[in-house]
Design a protein around this ligand. Structure first.
Ligand code: DQA
Length: 144
């Protein structure tokens, strides 16, 4: 039983990037916590990050048959990428969308999420713990 945790563009810079908005925690710390939380929930967690839209599309395709679900913070591609939305629809895997910041409190161009149209649900505004909440929500969804 495995869950894939995918992070998109600029999230490799967490810790130093705009800490007032995104906090001080690094992606390495988030990924370590996801692996631990996954284990506690009975899932093996694999974490990947890319700044490239096509790479994320490829990883979503490859996830079919290999992972039970995906936790995804697509970064700015959330607001632009019909390709990522279509990839998720194509593989029919449950996706939990995560954002560190509350995207609805920010600029209007961040209010639209293409991913929300195909994800089971979305957690935003709670910072790094959102990833762990998403894992818990997916484990519950998968058990239902
Ligand atoms: C983000 C929100 C996006 O609008 C932004 O482009 C990001 C990070 C978040 O985690 O709050 O890169 O997905």
């Amino acid at each position: 039983k495995s869950i894939l945790v995918l992070n998109g563009p600029n999230l490799n810079l967490l810790g130093t990037r705009d800490p007032k908005v995104y906090g001080k925690v690094t992606l390495a710390e988030i990924e370590k916590d996801c692996i631990l939380r996954g284990k506690a929930l009975g899932y093996q967690v694999e974490c990947r990050q890319s700044n490239h839209e096509g790479q994320l599309v490829d990883w979503i395709h490859e996830a079919k048959g290999k992972f039970a679900a995906i936790v995804m913070n697509a970064g700015a591609y959330t607001h632009t990428s019909i390709a990522l939305m279509d990839a998720i629809t194509s593989v029919e895997l449950p996706v939990a969308e995560v954002h560190l910041s509350n995207i609805h409190k920010r600029e209007t161009f961040r209010h639209l999420s293409y991913l929300s149209k195909v994800s089971v649900g979305m957690i935003c505004g709670f910072g790094a713990i959102g990833y762990q909440l998403a894992l818990e929500a997916l484990a519950d969804h998968l058990a239902a």
